[in-house]
Design a protein around this ligand. Structure first.
Ligand SMILES: Nc1ncnc2c1ncn2[C@@H]1O[C@H](COP(=O)(O)OP(=O)(O)OP(=O)(O)O)[C@@H](O)[C@H]1O
Ligand SMILES: [Mg+2]
Length: 292
């Protein structure tokens, strides 16, 4: 089903486009062979949607860390490592592990939690999760931020989990080359990079048929009139990026005209800071090739 929304998609059935669905399958394969995985692509292409649809569809137990609010910051407190999503029944854990989880979620009052205390509790929690589940997924959304954590060694943590907890699979999302340069294989790394273990899963933009198909279906069901040439214009101006195309659809459904919706979606794309949308001196047309 086509959904125009500015939130991530969470159901595989609602993920439009062959590339996105294939990415879910690739992620499933990577997880089953216990490969470290990185879901990569430009801003608003659908990275979070792919990961969330995957988790909910296959019902893997997980912890979800969302670093998106901290993007662009160069010093990030370890408190940003509080899970945004806890995807398992806490009552399945031993009473000790329930306490570790409470510390990691910063639910424990009257105890001063330093970076060291936090890291020790997180590792103890992961040790039990590794023993308790056949597969457990640890998601770091916008994982570039791991490189800027203060009080906790983000890269060391990933390395430790990967080397010691065989049932835990780490899934990162982020943009290329940011993720590669900052987390997976930074040039200044003292320990070997993760590059040789990481399964890179690229999220493609939609092609013109997919953009048109998505908009047609959504506009028809909302009974909004449109012309084919408008759909092609949306595809070209928004460079096939689902997040901006969905935003255009959302504005149309709210009653805005084609041209004002497209203008707002283009402004949004420019503000997102993605280099795809930086006008080049020669041309104002956006490139249509992938850039990860
Ligand atoms: N395959 C898809 N089918 C339908 N809608 C999609 C699809 N992929 C992304 N979207 C829409 O695009 C928007 C952005 O998706 P999402 O948040 O998953 O992208 P992202 O790459 O994680 O973006 P960000 O760079 O902001 O983290 C959401 O509103 C979502 O509804
Ligand atoms: Mg995201």
């Amino acid at each position: 089903m086509v959904v125009f929304t500015d939130r991530p998609i969470t159901r595989v059935e609602d993920l439009y486009g062959e590339g996105h669905r294939r990415a879910v399958e690739e992620l499933k394969k990577a997880v089953e062979v216990r490969s470290f995985a990185a879901v990569v692509g430009p801003r608003r292409v659908g990275k979070t949607s792919v990961v969330k649809s995957f988790l909910f569809h296959f019902k893997y137990p997980y912890l979800y860390f969302d670093f998106s609010p901290y993007m662009g910051q160069t010093a990030v407190s370890f408190r940003s490592l509080v899970p945004a999503g806890v995807g398992f029944d806490e009552k399945q854990l031993s009473s000790e592990a329930q306490i570790y989880l409470a510390v990691v979620c910063l639910r424990v009052k009257r105890v001063r939690i330093t970076g060291d205390v936090f890291e020790a509790n997180l590792l103890s929690l992961l040790r039990e999760l590794n023993e308790r589940f056949r597969r457990f997924i640890l998601v770091f959304d916008e994982a570039q931020v791991l490189a800027f954590l203060k009080g906790v060694n983000g890269r060391g943590l990933l390395q430790f989990v990967h080397n010691n907890f065989e049932n835990i699979v780490v899934v990162l999302t982020g943009s290329m080359p940011g993720l590669l340069e900052k987390v997976i294989s930074p040039a200044d790394a003292r320990v070997a990079g993760f590059a040789r273990y990481v399964e890179l899963i690229g999220i493609p933009r939609w092609n013109a048929e997919e953009t048109a198909g998505f908009l047609e279906e959504g506009l028809r069901s909302a009974k909004i009139g449109f012309e084919q040439k408008d759909l092609l214009e949306v595809h070209e101006k928004l460079s096939g990026i689902p997040g901006f195309i969905s935003y255009y659809g959302l504005l149309r459904v709210k009653g805005n005209s084609h041209s004002s919706s497209l203008k707002s979606a283009m402004d949004y794309a420019m503000d997102s800071g993605d280099t795809i949308f930086k006008p080049s001196p020669q041309s104002t047309n956006l490139p249509s090739t992938l850039d990860f």
